[in-house]
Design a protein around this ligand. Structure first.
Ligand SMILES: [Zn+2]
Ligand SMILES: [Zn+2]
Length: 106
């Protein structure tokens, strides 16, 4: 069986840290929300760090789901970042994004 790829690992393929929340776009490659935020918000790059596909928008989620399912969710104004086109599946994730310290120059 080759599909324990996703179930045993919840390490981000970009930064190798443990993923708290995932960022998933059209290509269904999960990366951690911190890497995704860094790329979209700080570097203004919308492409997937894995396959370089341009992602019109991404969804931050705590569970890996196909993007097709995530896209069908209705996001309230509060749970959608219009400028960077990021949807948040919960208030908790939105808060992590707001206070995540990604604006710290570490
Ligand atoms: Zn990462
Ligand atoms: Zn991708």
């Amino acid at each position: 069986m080759t599909d324990d790829y996703h179930t045993t690992e919840n390490t981000c393929v970009v930064c190798f840290k443990n993923v708290v929340f995932y960022s998933i776009g059209e290509c269904d490659h999960p990366v951690c929300f911190e890497c995704s935020t860094r790329m979209r918000v700080l570097c203004l790059q919308n492409e997937c760090p894995i396959c370089r596909q341009d992602l019109a928008r991404v969804v931050f989620t705590d569970t890996i789901l196909p993007y097709k399912e995530l896209r069908n969710r209705v996001f309230t104004d509060r749970q959608f970042e219009r400028q960077f086109k990021i949807g948040f599946c919960s208030d908790e994730i939105k808060q992590a994004y707001d206070f995540g310290g990604i604006y710290d120059a570490r």
